[in-house]
Design a protein. Structure first.
Length: 182
């Protein structure tokens, strides 16, 4: 047996109801969009504030770095100059002696040279004074002349002028005489 199901005809909403539903949806959508806009404005203002703070901090760091560099340039040699003051004092004292003997002047000069060498070494300035027979090193030595000698070829025979190095940088190479190749 078959039953016939008849469905009731659907009632179409009235145009006023459709208009009211659309207005309600539009109103809800407008409220949601306004809320989202307010959130985005707040987030934008917060990011703008963070940006301005970061920019100001970067500017302050740059300014502080420039001031430190200026101070380093201006006063960087202060420690070195301070370590040379005793050398100046010794030279002043030597010149203040009106009747110094040659022996006194020699002893004073040696003491002053020791003070100067110590001051240089404290500031990482070290002499390059290769002994005779040391292999010639063009990074630290400058050959002034080549002479025949009984030692190995290409070795230092004599130092004509000491060289100096500061930390790992050559200030002046040692001027040397080297042996000729055989």
């Amino acid at each position: 047996m078959s039953e016939n199901h008849t469905s009731a005809p659907a009632v179409a909403p009235a145009p006023e109801e459709i208009e009211a539903a659309l207005a309600a949806n539009a109103s809800d959508e407008m409220a949601r969009l306004q809320s989202e806009l307010a959130e985005l404005k707040a987030k934008s203002a917060d990011l703008a504030d963070q940006f301005l703070r970061a920019k100001a901090e970067a500017e302050n760091a740059r300014r502080r770095a420039e001031e430190e560099i200026a101070k380093a340039r201006k006063f960087g040699i202060e420690g070195f100059a301070e370590s040379l003051l005793p050398v100046c004092d010794s030279l002043d004292a030597a010149l203040a002696l009106p009747n110094a003997t040659a022996q006194q002047l020699r002893e004073g000069s040696n003491a002053t040279l020791r003070q100067l060498t110590a001051a240089l070494e404290r500031n990482k300035v070290v002499a390059i004074n290769p002994p005779a027979g040391e292999k010639f090193n063009p990074n630290f030595h400058q050959a002034i002349s080549v002479v025949p000698a009984e030692q190995e070829p290409n070795t230092v025979v004599a130092v004509l002028q000491k060289g100096y190095v500061i930390a790992d940088r050559i200030l002046r190479p040692a001027l040397v005489t080297v042996t000729a190749p055989k």
